[in-house]
Design a protein around this ligand. Structure first.
Ligand code: BYC
Length: 319
């Protein structure tokens, strides 16, 4: 019989706290794997928010009215804010933000597959708000109950803003759905392109999700990838019916027994190609992020110099 070590006692106490629904805070003891898993997931989430500004940023100068331009600018700015909250949350795990950004820029870190698809039409701004933010809300509402306090609290605030994003997206979709035949066709074409990539946002199916078991055990995740994907489908199909548009899945059927909308097979080869860097816009997105980082060097240098000057003033005053 193994002799209990100090660490196994700490682990048991940690797991008992999780089982009791307590929140884990930065200064609490946590297993290395918990810290590593959270750092991976939270930093990927932060990167997704930042890269996620690019597809929509592409349409700011071409929004069809001042009102649309204002709300799109505000939405893109919100995504930057979400990235910053989550980078701050990740730093509470003892990692440096510069290291995380380096991992993104040199290709070691992932970001959400969805942002490697192009935004080809104005309707994409509506469809991203409706489907992409809609999927994010389904995922993040559950993450707001994650066991790690700083992440869960960031999610509460982010979800409030994402709800607004989803509504502005769906409103764009309703206007196009009730517009001219060309506007309705533009909406349908956009939904045809974004439906399957939106379903892939929830990650691989449960039988192929290596991180899920550990994350579920420690209540970082509270639902599996497939459970969340199904919830999103069930919520979204009636919204598509209300818009009078078709979802591009010939196998989509209401299942009387389960009460779910059953979907056809997801093309996982496309998902894995995008993750490997071979999606339609991976190169463009990374090039844009690297350029933005290089262009921002002077801002970081000025902010660091300012902080050092403030510190020197404080030190002199304290001496
Ligand atoms: N894209 O074991 P699995 C937003 C990776 S931004 C890329 O199931 P896990 C918004 C996964 O990382 C929304 N990679 O992983 C912004 C893992 O690889 P590694 C972003 C993916 O962590 C602007 C491998 O596949 N949301 O809302 O248990 C405008 C195996 O997967 C993806 C978040 O980041 C993917 N879709 O579950 C509008 C939410 N899926 O790391 C909107 C937080 C999987 O082992 N993250 N991979 O090399 C999560 O909830 C979970 O991390 C995931 C994956 C459900 C994404």
């Amino acid at each position: 019989m193994p002799v209990p070590t100090e660490d196994s006692a700490l682990l048991a106490a940690f797991e008992a706290r999780i089982a009791a629904g307590e929140s884990i805070e930065p200064k609490d003891w946590m297993p290395d794997r918990y810290r590593k898993q959270l750092t991976r997931m939270m930093s990927q989430h932060a990167h997704s928010e930042v890269v996620g500004m690019l597809p929509e940023g592409n349409w700011i100068t071409r929004a069809p009215s001042l009102r649309r331009k204002l709300s799109l600018i505000a939405k893109v700015q919100d995504e930057a804010g979400h990235g910053l909250y989550i980078y701050c949350g990740t730093e509470t795990l003892g990692v440096d933000r510069h290291e995380l950004v380096e991992q993104l820029l040199d290709g070691r870190a992932k970001y959400s597959s969805i942002f490697n698809y192009p935004t080809l039409a104005w309707a994409d701004m509506g469809v991203i708000g409706w489907l992409v933010d809609g999927a994010a809300i389904v995922n993040q509402t559950v993450l707001a109950k994650a066991s790690y306090g700083p992440y869960a609290r960031a999610m509460v605030r982010i979800c409030k803003e994402e709800n607004f994003h989803k509504r502005q997206g769906y409103e764009i979709c309703t206007v196009l759905a009730n517009g001219t035949p060309a506007q309705k066709a533009m909406l349908q074409e956009s939904v045809n392109r974004f439906w399957w990539p939106a379903l892939m946002m929830f990650g691989p199916s449960d039988t192929n999700s290596p991180n899920s078991a550990e994350l579920l055990k420690w209540r970082v995740k509270r639902k599996t990838n497939d459970e969340l994907r199904q919830r999103f489908v069930n919520l979204t199909v009636p919204q598509a019916i209300a818009l009078g548009i078709t979802l591009p899945d010939p196998d989509l059927r209401f299942n009387e027994t389960t009460g779910d909308w059953d979907i056809g097979e997801i093309d996982w080869s496309e998902f894995h190609a995008v993750l490997k860097g071979n999606g339609p816009c991976n190169h463009e997105r990374m090039a844009a992020r690297r350029k933005a980082h290089d262009d921002g060097a002077w801002v970081r240098a000025a902010a660091t110099a300012h902080a050092q000057k403030q510190q020197a003033r404080k030190d002199t005053a304290a001496a």
